[in-house]
Design a protein around this ligand. Sequence first.
Ligand SMILES: Nc1nc2c(ncn2[C@@H]2O[C@H](COP(=O)(O)OP(=O)(O)OP(=O)(O)O)[C@@H](O)[C@H]2O)c(=O)[nH]1
Ligand SMILES: [Mg+2]
Ligand SMILES: [Zn+2]
Length: 329
Amino acid sequence: MEVIQKGCVASVTRTCWKIIDKNSLCVFDAILNNSYKCEDLPLVGDNVEYITDQWGNNFIINLLPRKNIIKRYSKNINKPLVANVDIVFVVSSLNKDFELEKLERLALLGVSGNAKVGFILTKVDKCPNIDTYIKELKKRFKTEPIFAINSKNKASAVEIFKFWKEGETAVFMGSSGVGKSTLVNTLLDKEILKTAEVRDVDDRGKHTTTARYLIAIEGERWVIDTPGIRSIQSTTEADPVDIFDEIRELEKQCKYKDCSHTKEDNCAVLNALENGNLDKIIYERFIKLKQGLNVGTKQAKTLEKKQSKLLKSKRIQSKNKKILNKKHQ
Ligand SMILES: Nc1nc2c(ncn2[C@@H]2O[C@H](COP(=O)(O)OP(=O)(O)OP(=O)(O)O)[C@@H](O)[C@H]2O)c(=O)[nH]1
Ligand SMILES: [Mg+2]
Ligand SMILES: [Zn+2]
């Protein structure tokens, strides 16, 4: 009888899963076994059970229960990105990349996935007015930790360990060029990930990282490096109020439980806006985010159903066919 072993998904390509043994740190390829009946495909960060056949081929047979999934809404679907994440580090550089609206959306990704959220502001070494950025972010996010660091400098980079405890898995999310992969390399003292210069004119990166990778960092911490996100939308399952504390407080006083805070009578949010007790810019960003998510909900539901059917039929069958062909060659 084949021995069932456990591993963690370190990266995923269209046809193959790289599995890491978290004790030995050995990495190997695996594909789905034809007995794999789970609803979802394994994501980076997922724990799986696998077997190895006599030829040394590894087959994933089961997806183990997940702590959480971080998803984003993209092209009309709620796309699962990574699983079993303790911390979402929202990464921005202290230059033209810094935009509160973008940071809010990334933070919502983490909050809606039940992960802790922390902010990493990179390139302090090139920024003349660090405090201005920190102040702006602190005003908006009062409880989440903020680390202003130089990703190229180890002493500065390890500051984030104050929040990121041993044994925890963190994911770095942010635009291209903010220094996510640089930070991983610095923490590892090794250039294992490719990095590239950003454009001087607008500080934008070149989308150097193209897939998600799970990597072991010192102290039994794990990090998932991700490709820079072009446009960020949290899942349609997210509730924007989760990152707008003042609106959450106010809406407790709204007349209707499902108040949209746009037209209702006795809406405490609209009243606060009128009285000057709620910042107009914050209110507008909240409504924009909320409306964006509402629009997506319908399309997302339809497409998610289609996606899960696709998983059950085509992908598994085609992969197993490939393996069978190989064996018979
Ligand atoms: N001076 C300075 N440069 C940095 C810092 N962090 C990153 N860089 C530089 O910024 C550029 C982009 O860094 P990457 O690590 O490739 O950025 P990324 O976020 O991984 O980008 P994508 O993979 O495209 O999403 C590289 O030239 C890095 O050397 C920093 O804190 N200070
Ligand atoms: Mg990168
Ligand atoms: Zn209201």
